[in-house]
Ligand binder design. Structure first.
Ligand code: RNT
Ligand code: ZN
Length: 416
């Protein structure tokens, strides 16, 4: 027997059907963020990345235009298993020669090439208005700005983005998750914390008057605890975003696991929210001391997040998107490593006998539960993973990076 056959029998002994798991895993959409390829620069501006987020590093080969970014995305699709969605930011609008539309005026046609790419692969598109890296960000503020001209500009941006999300959903026939994140906040102790939040609430309410079909277009509000340069106050805090989503129909909360205090874990928050929300959304990242957006690894908290989704039987209630950006290493390698690792985490979670473990917990058999959970860690997940890669036509763990090296040599190194 080969390693997979042995693993299959071993898992069958625990009541886990690896064949079903492999079929299911292949069908779960995970959103691949376009912004790992160019350090969150986008195509509509040349300025620095703002909004309290930062990329560090200057590895060769950053994608500088749509052609290069698409080429890179194709490579990542090729070297990663499973079903993808494209996750696009508004700043990645593609204009014709000599054409430009500001963020409040962008239209679906500026994203036509993204739709073409999605259609080529039969994948959906998720979307994000871009409330950063733009001259209309005044004193670090957008939707919370006390300057009505500024706030109006960004409200119009939000509405324009909903129209684009409608277009993506219509064209691809798949749900479009549209995520609202703003970096608005203050570096130092503010004199008014409620005013900015009331303006943010009002701005979102105005944006969501734009019509959309909630079966197809899913607006989310993403919270954050702080950002670089806005250490003392963030308008879109966790309480703000959760309360907004809870009190507004047709809007769901999004948790980014880099956006909490270091000892808080999103794995614990997932089932808590699932008690109250039909659907939730995630940004999967890896915070190292802070919201550093490191590449997702197959580490404990990543595994735990996947387990909570699977245990809660919520694979169809949680929209999963990756969100990291490392400019210090090969960007294709970074992108693919994170995507592959989230797939591994899902596989690992799906291979666990959750009903049995829950029974042990409910029966108060805690030492047995501990021993069992520890025992599961050394089961042959890797053999099932190898089989999954084989079935997806993707290279194995110790082989796929050869392709990245070849791509770096042939393509990335020519980008000077
Ligand atoms: C920032 C948020 C946000 C961004 C992307 C680029 O802290 O996580 O989701 O990373 O929109
Ligand atoms: Zn995020």
């Amino acid at each position: 027997m080969n390693a997979y056959e042995i693993a299959k029998e071993q898992y069958a002994g625990l009541g886990v059907d690896t064949e079903k798991v492999l079929d299911k895993l292949k069908s779960i959409p995970v959103s691949l963020h376009c912004w790992q390829g160019d350090d969150v620069t986008g195509f509509d501006q040349k300025g620095p990345l703002t909004g309290g987020i930062q990329t560090t590093g200057n590895y060769l080969g950053r994608a500088r235009n749509p052609e290069e970014l698409f080429e890179d995305i194709r490579k990542v699709f090729e070297i990663t298993p499973g079903t993808k969605k494209l996750n696009v930011h508004a700043s990645y609008a593609i204009f014709d020669e000599g054409e430009f539309a500001d963020r409040d005026k962008i239209e679906p046609r500026h994203f036509k090439r993204w739709v073409e790419l999605a259609k080529e692969y039969g994948v959906g598109i998720d979307f994000n208005p871009t409330f950063f890296s733009h001259p209309m960000v005044k004193d670090g503020l957008t939707l919370t700005s006390p300057d009505e001209n500024v706030r109006r500009f960004w409200i119009e941006h939000g509405k324009a983005c909903i129209r684009i999300a409608n277009y993506f959903a219509r064209e691809t026939g798949q749900t479009c998750v549209i995520n609202f994140w703003i970096g608005d906040g203050y570096k130092d102790i503010p004199a008014d914390r409620m005013g900015p939040r009331l303006r943010y609430k009002d701005s979102l309410e105005q944006i969501f008057t734009e019509s959309y079909d909630f079966d197809k277009v899913k607006p989310c509000v993403e919270s954050k605890v702080f950002g670089i340069g806005v250490e003392s106050f963030t308008a879109g805090s966790s309480e703000f975003a959760l309360s907004f989503a809870a009190t507004h129909d047709r809007c769901i909360p999004l948790m980014d696991n880099g956006h909490y205090h270091p000892t808080e874990v999103v794995s614990d928050k997932i089932p808590a929210l699932l008690c109250f929300f039909d659907e939730i959304a995630l940004h999967i990242t890896r915070p190292v001391r802070w919201d550093s957006d490191h590449v997702v690894l197959f580490d404990d908290e990543t595994k735990e997040m996947a387990k909570e989704i699977v245990r809660s039987d919520a694979l169809d209630r949680v929209y999963m998107a990756l969100d990291y950006f490392d400019a210090s290493i090969n960007r294709i390698g970074a992108w693919a490593t994170g995507f592959r690792n989230w797939q591994k985490a899902l596989l690992n979670a799906m291979l666990m006998p959750h009903d049995k473990l829950k029974e042990l917990q409910n029966a108060g058999r805690f030492s047995e539960l501990m021993a069992c959970q520890e025992g599961l860690k050394l089961l042959p997940v890797g053999a099932v993973w190898d089989e999954y890669l084989r079935r997806c036509g993707v290279k194995g763990e110790l082989e796929w990076f050869e392709d990245v090296l070849a791509y770096e040599k042939e393509t990335l190194s020519n980008r000077k």
